[in-house]
Structures are given as C-alpha cells and as structure tokens.
Design a binder for this molecule. Structure first.
Ligand code: 0X9
Ligand code: ZN
Length: 300
C-alpha cells in the first residue's frame, strides 16, 4: 500500500485513490477523465459534502514525469484531509476538492522504468522520431509563445496545436465544465522552492496580484516556521521567466480561478528531481501548508 516513506508506482497511487473512494463513499467520487496515448486512465478524485454549493479547489501533480515528489505530495494532501475529516475546519470541510495526482501517467511510468529524467508525456510525433510533448507548454493560453519549443526533440516541445495532447484536453474539458465557483487551481512541480502566480506568459500582473502575493507570502512564512524550509513567492515571469502554454495561466484565463499557484517543491538543486525518499514527508507537509493557506484565504 501507499506511504510517504517511498515513491510509488502508478498502480499503487491509483489503488490508493480507489481505496479512499470506497472508505469514504458518501463524500468521494472517482472519475476517469480520459486516456493517455498509451491507454492509461487519467484519474481525478473529488471530495465534497456539497458539490453544488461549495467553492472548488483543484490540485494536480505529475505534469512533469521526473518530478516524483509532486504526485507524492498530492496523495499526502488527500490523506491528510480525509484521515481527520470530521474534525477539519470549515475552510477545508466546506470545499469541493478535486485531486489529480498524476496528470502525465505515461511519462511517470517511463521515468520510473526507463529514463529517470524524462519530463514530457510519451506521445509519438509524426514529423520526428522523438517522443513527447511538454504538457506545461501545451495548454491553450498563449500557445507557441516564448519559452516553448517547436522542436519535437526538445524538453519544452509545445506540441502540434493548443491542447493537442490527450492529457491537456482531458484537464481542459473537465475543468472548463466546472469553472463555476472554481476558486483555486494549484499545481505541484519540482524543484526550486517557489510559490508562483500568474502571469507566466507575459510580464504583466493579474488584477488580484496583491491578494495572490499576500497569500503566497503567508504560505511561505508558515512553511518557514513549521519546517524551516525557505520558499519564495512572486509572480511567475519575474522568478522563472516567460513561458506560454502553462496550466496555471490557462486556469486563470479560461476558468477565472482567482488563487492560481504553481508550487515548486524541494529542493534547491542538491538532489534536484531525485529528491531522496527521506525528504518526501517533510516536503509533502510543505505542500499541505500551501493548500491549507489557500483554502483558508477563500472566503466561505
Ligand atoms: O517550466 C515549467 O513548466 C515549471 N518549472 S519546472 O522546472 N517544474 O518545469 C514552471 C511553471 C511555471 N508556470 C508557467 N510557466 N506557466
Ligand atoms: Zn515541472
């Protein structure tokens, strides 16, 4: 079964989602929102006591295959929220949560079994012998803009069209049909210890950037006092440079989510993507603090 002492294969993560669903059938729903090029399911878990009324928070991970700490963090958040559901504060219980721990299952499996540092998905290209599209350059927001590549062999290949990829399409379809009351979109990546908010695709601030800066900074301060790890929060283009086609900008532009953050988890480069299992728990706690801080910032 699952734990946060080790990284797990895709089946263990999917089994965990099924177990949660059967342990908490009244408040959980498990969706398959599509399939990948290699035929794997794209799974989303919803937790809500009142999906019609409560404000929605979407949390995803595993957009990039090699960032194993990301799916581990998302499953940890699910576990933390549900293991003491009855005693959770209103800002957690009175929300509709969507969790997609592995947006890129084909890439995740490939990174585990073949090439540890694989980033993209595994869709074949018709114009090249190289595989894979960077899903975080494939969303339908300033697609083909700066910071993405037209070369199918590049790690930041943007794909042939906006949302050309099954994973991108599935997320865009699912979320754009649920954008009513969508208050937050959180996406976990690694590494660098950043909490960044739109825009990434242009050097402009979003209109709520004061609120985004305040909540991002609060999350970073809480992390520092609880675990001692330093996270920086700022607007994405300033901290990470300009890039088009990102899921965060798309969630903001197409779904109107206010609290949109990309969280770059540990570390600062010592181990990079190959973060040792001994750091999973501490890092996942940091991810949990961000989710709690955002849930609390949303007015009930
Ligand atoms: O470049 C990315 O996609 C993310 N960094 S990573 O090292 N995990 O690949 C940062 C994403 C920030 N947001 C956008 N660029 N839209
Ligand atoms: Zn990433």
């Amino acid at each position: 079964g699952i734990n946060w002492k080790d990284y797990h294969d895709l089946e263990t993560i999917y089994d965990f989602m099924r177990e949660i669903r059967s342990k908490f059938p009244k408040i959980c729903r498990l969706y398959s929102i599509g399939k990948t090029a290699e035929g794997r399911d794209l799974k989303v878990l919803r937790i809500s006591e009142n999906p019609r009324e409560y404000k929605k928070i979407w949390i995803d991970g595993g957009i990039h295959a090699r960032e194993w700490i990301s799916p581990a963090t998302v499953t940890f958040i699910v576990y933390q929220i549900l293991s003491k559901w009855e005693s959770q504060p209103a800002y957690i219980k009175q929300r509709t949560w969507y969790f997609m721990p592995v947006v890129n299952p084909d890439g995740y499996v490939y990174s585990r079994n073949v090439n540890r540092l694989w980033r993209k998905n595994r869709s074949p290209s018709s114009s090249s012998s190289c595989y894979g599209v960077d899903l975080n350059r494939n969303f339908n927001i300033n697609w083909n803009g700066r910071g993405s590549s037209t070369n199918p062999c590049s790690d930041t290949y943007r794909g042939t069209t906006p949302a050309s990829e099954l994973e991108t399409k599935a997320v865009e379809n699912f979320l754009s049909r649920r954008k009513h009351n969508l208050s937050a979109y959180l996406t976990y990546h690694s590494y660098g210890q950043y909490i960044v908010y739109p825009w990434a695709y242009k050097a402009v601030k979003v209109k709520d950037s004061a609120a985004l800066q305040r909540v991002g900074k609060t999350a970073a301060e809480r992390i520092l006092s609880k675990t001692g790890t330093v996270y920086r929060s700022d607007v994405t283009h300033a901290l990470l440079g300009i890039a088009g086609g990102g899921s965060d900008d798309w969630a903001r532009a197409a779904c109107g989510a206010k609290y949109v953050y990309t969280v770059e988890l540990r570390d600062k480069g010592e181990y990079g993507f190959q973060l040792p299992p001994s750091q999973i728990r501490g890092t996942a706690e940091e991810g949990m603090i961000v989710a709690e801080t955002v849930a609390q910032a949303i007015a009930l």
